[in-house]
Design a protein around this ligand. Structure first.
Ligand SMILES: Nc1ncnc2c1ncn2[C@@H]1O[C@H](COP(=O)(O)OP(=O)(O)OP(=O)(O)O)[C@@H](O)[C@H]1O
Length: 337
């Protein structure tokens, strides 16, 4: 048996790639990707993806964010080969999902949202079965190594139904890694799990990424994307409405707020303040939203003084992805109407 380092390293993409120079710049590339679901009978069509262009850099942790029905699952299912695209192209690890179906499939592992294994199998049996489905020859299987990396060695031969929630989730990740894919897709990895378990899963994801696996994750938890992802794409109504590094996305948008607590009731926003993005939250509170990088804060305070406001307190808030998301989706709706 190889030593620990080799064991853990074996499930990484570097281990399967002999020549790192031959690796693609982008782990996943989508070009003009469209999906229209044809409904049965006369129910019409549903456009789920509209001209999606996306490049996911090799080695990144890439977040796909969007509200319910935005098209995230459709995109993932196309990559996983579970849904046929209507038009456009998708490449995984440089392989076209249609023209080079097999290498494309081998390059990706998908961890679905729902636990999808038989509770009467043991983790070891499950991984062996999955490896068989992927046609991994017995001599190349690494079930025990994977269990070790996922912290499940001592549970290798117990029924999976007796595993804790966290162990089951880790086993799902292990199952998606049996064929050593360089790209791992996690669909809502921490939906409905408690904070401690979420932290634990994040640590595993980071670890896999550090060893070279490119991670694509969908999430509703903006905090999760902010915490884990290098880059984020926000999709809404089947369209990419923003795609940037997490840092740039945070800096780019009007994400800071400045709240003024007033000593006297204010009936309406003074004329000279209307040039700013300002809300009269209640008669005693005015909230300004501004771009972090614009340095508008002194302009706002000067204007508030000119308007002779009685200011009792000033608070600022950094803003987070939730704010960005709301702004962007609001913008998208405005464009539509
Ligand atoms: N098999 C299908 N037939 C018809 N319409 C579908 C089908 N699957 C999804 N849709 C529709 O396509 C759109 C995109 O759905 P999708 O499941 O990809 O969104 P999502 O972003 O993954 O949402 P969620 O976060 O709720 O999982 C939705 O309007 C959905 O109703």
């Amino acid at each position: 048996m190889p030593d620990d380092h080799t064991l853990t390293h074996q499930i990484t993409p570097e281990a399967t790639q002999k020549d790192t120079a031959g690796m693609p710049t982008y782990a996943v590339e989508l070009e003009g990707l469209n999906k229209v679901y044809k409904a049965a009978g006369n129910a019409g069509e549903k456009r789920a993806l509209s001209d999606i262009n996306l490049k996911i850099p090799r080695g990144s942790i890439f977040g796909l964010l969007g509200p319910n029905g935005a098209g995230k699952s459709t995109m993932i299912n196309i990559l996983a080969g579970l849904v046929n695209k209507t038009s456009g192209s998708a490449r995984i690890w440089g392989h076209d999902i249609e023209k080079e179906m097999r290498p494309a499939r081998m390059a990706i592992g998908v961890v679905p949202q729902e636990l999808n294994f038989d509770p009467f199998f043991t983790p070891l049996e499950l991984l062996e079965l999955q490896a068989g489905l992927y046609g991994v020859p017995k001599s190349e299987r690494r079930s025990e190594e994977i269990l070790k990396v996922m912290g499940l060695s001592d549970k290798a031969k117990t029924y999976t139904r007796s595993l804790s929630g966290g162990m089951k989730r880790r086993l799902m990740v292990g199952k998606a890694m049996v064929h050593s894919p360089p790209v791992l897709v996690l669909d809502e990895p921490t939906a409905g799990v408690d904070i401690e378990l979420r932290q634990q899963l994040w640590a595993y994801v980071r670890e896999l990424n550090k060893r070279g696996t490119t991670i694509l994750l969908t999430t509703h938890y903006l905090e999760e994307a902010e915490e884990l992802c290098d880059q984020i794409a926000i999709i809404n109504h089947g369209q990419v409405i923003a795609c940037d590094t997490t840092k740039a996305l945070l800096a780019r948008i009007e994400s800071k707020t400045l709240s003024l607590s007033l000593g006297e009731d204010l009936k309406e926003i003074p004329e000279n303040l209307k040039a700013f993005h300002v809300d009269l939250v209640n008669p005693r509170q005015l909230t300004f939203t501004y771009k972090a990088q614009d340095g508008q804060i002194s302009d706002i305070l000067n204007a508030a003084t000119t308007a002779s406001l009685v200011i009792e307190d000033v608070t600022t808030d950094q803003g987070d992805l939730e704010d960005i998301f709301l702004q962007l989706t609001r913008g998208a709706h405005a464009n539509e109407s």
